[in-house]
Design a protein around this ligand. Structure first.
Ligand SMILES: Nc1nc2c(ncn2[C@@H]2O[C@H](COP(=O)(O)OP(=O)(O)OP(=O)(O)O)[C@@H](O)[C@H]2O)c(=O)[nH]1
Ligand SMILES: [Mg+2]
Length: 430
């Protein structure tokens, strides 16, 4: 072998385990679906999945996650398949991680760590990177004890406890300082985003945000509707940072389209916290396009997860268009969702790949947005002067000029005013 050749990093060989209780809410419990998704996450993170195991028991075992018998089985399987990683479908405590590692002799991570790891690998902007690191540190902080013990397991025993604990305190303080530092840095970075957003607001252009489960096809739709060139991939969490593009709607004008980070069930709450400002793009939008991979067997659950997260973010009180994407590859009947889409104002079926339904989507969007403000240029005859004071009262006036024919006003007007001044428009920029 040529020594200058790069050696491949050792591929992680993983066994996936989960506990189905039947007592937890559908979206929290481990199911076939959540395990398939865990395998996709593992694959996205670069691990090879060797085996998937689900244990049925009324509740999760407090100390070792799975019960004693299953633990033995997991250990045997890891040994016979040569696994070097166990991935658990739930968030674990520090001591659960330690106990599992001690019992199996294999490194253990949980679903949250896996998701955080994928986010870390995919964060490219400064804001994205800070947000992910913050979430990782906050996840780590309460688990230091468990991890510390796990790390000292090999050489552990008498004598490791004292110095270990002291080290723990130093680590804890160090992490805490880093968190504070990152939080301050994030504040600075966010100022920039807010500036961009307020500038956009001044333009008076309505904003539609693409939201939805990861891999639903949000970025593909963004590309199909505009000339954007956003990365799309058959991997989870291809997009972390919001991209904005303008699109023209028939009989309406221009609107801004924002692509956002995808959602997933059991999203670590530190991650939601950290990504709040990114997700605010969705919260602050005028309309949401909730994109669903309607070809997925889990489409119904995906809609539920997204609706729940939108509720938590305070974003569900605005017009929502349910966009059933990937109709080109759909074999299933998705009428089941149609009765349950309580949040949706409208629904359309599209394919970002074939372009089917995109005109319908644009028309629907134009129909749902009309409450929007728009920028107009009017020439008000002096006889219609009373309207001018109404405009001043309720709209942003950008320019005002007195000419021979009347008053030329450039303003961002709402629907009511728009109705009154329609006849005087000399320029409508949507
Ligand atoms: N057959 C088919 N595939 C699609 C369609 N839309 C998207 N895809 C595929 O689905 C995968 C995910 O698409 P993305 O656009 O990256 O999905 P996303 O919602 O942006 O995903 P994240 O950014 O990871 O949350 C890609 O492989 C796309 O090519 C569609 O209408 N039909
Ligand atoms: Mg995307």
């Amino acid at each position: 072998m040529n020594l200058s050749e790069k050696t491949e990093p050792v591929k992680e060989r993983a066994v996936l385990i989960g506990v189905h209780t039947g007592n937890r809410s559908l979206l929290e419990d481990t199911t076939e679906e959540s395990m398939i998704e865990l395998a996709q996450l593992a694959d996205t993170a670069g691990a090879e999945v060797l085996q998937t195991m689900i244990q049925n028991r009324p509740s999760v075992e407090a100390s070792t996650y799975v019960g004693q018998g299953k633990l033995e089985e997991v250990r045997e399987i890891c040994k016979s398949l040569g696994a070097n990683l166990i991935i658990v479908d739930d968030e674990l405590s520090g001591s659960q991680i330690r106990n599992l590692e001690e019992a199996t002799g294999v490194r253990v991570i949980d679903r949250s760590t896996l998701i955080l790891d994928i986010f870390a690998a995919r964060a490219f902007t400064k804001e994205g990177k800070i947000q992910v690191e913050l979430a990782q540190l906050k996840y780590m902080l309460p688990r230091l004890t468990g991890m510390g013990s796990a790390l000292s397991r090999l050489g552990g025993g008498i004598g490791t406890r004292g110095p270990g604990e002291t080290k723990l305190e130093t680590d804890r303080r160090h992490i805490w300082r880093r968190i504070k530092h990152l939080e301050n840095e994030l504040k600075e970075v966010r100022k920039h985003r807010e500036l961009l957003r307020s500038r956009r607001k001044k333009q008076g252009l309505p904003v539609a945000a693409l939201v939805g489960y990861t891999n639903a096809g949000k970025s593909s739709l963004m590309n199909a509707l505009s000339d954007a060139n956003v990365l799309t991939e058959d991997k989870l969490f291809a997009t972390l940072d919001p991209t904005v593009r303008g699109i023209e709607l028939p009989d309406y004008g221009k609107v801004l389209l924002v692509d956002t980070v995808g959602f997933i069930r059991k999203l670590p709450h530190h991650l939601i916290e950290a990504f709040k400002s990114t997700l605010e793009e969705a919260v602050e939008a005028d309309v949401l396009l909730h994109v669903v991979d309607s070809s997925s067997d889990a489409a119904e659950q995906h809609v539920m997860v997204v609706d729940k997260l939108l509720d938590e973010l305070g974003a569900s009180n605005k017009p929502i268009i349910l966009v059933y994407n990937k109709v080109d590859k759909r074999r299933n009947d998705c009428s089941f969702i149609w009765t349950k889409d309580g949040h949706a104002t409208a629904r359309v079926e599209v394919s970002a790949v074939t372009g089917q339904g995109l005109d319908d989507l644009k028309n629907t969007l134009a129909r749902v947005i009309p409450e929007q403000k728009r920028k107009v240029k009017i020439c008000l005859p002096y006889s219609a002067g009373s309207i001018l004071s109404q405009i001043h009262e309720s709209c942003d006036v950008l320019q005002e000029q007195y000419v021979e024919q009347g008053i030329v006003v450039e303003a961002i007007v709402d629907k009511t005013i728009y109705g009154k001044i329609k006849g005087y428009i000399i320029g409508d920029e949507g």
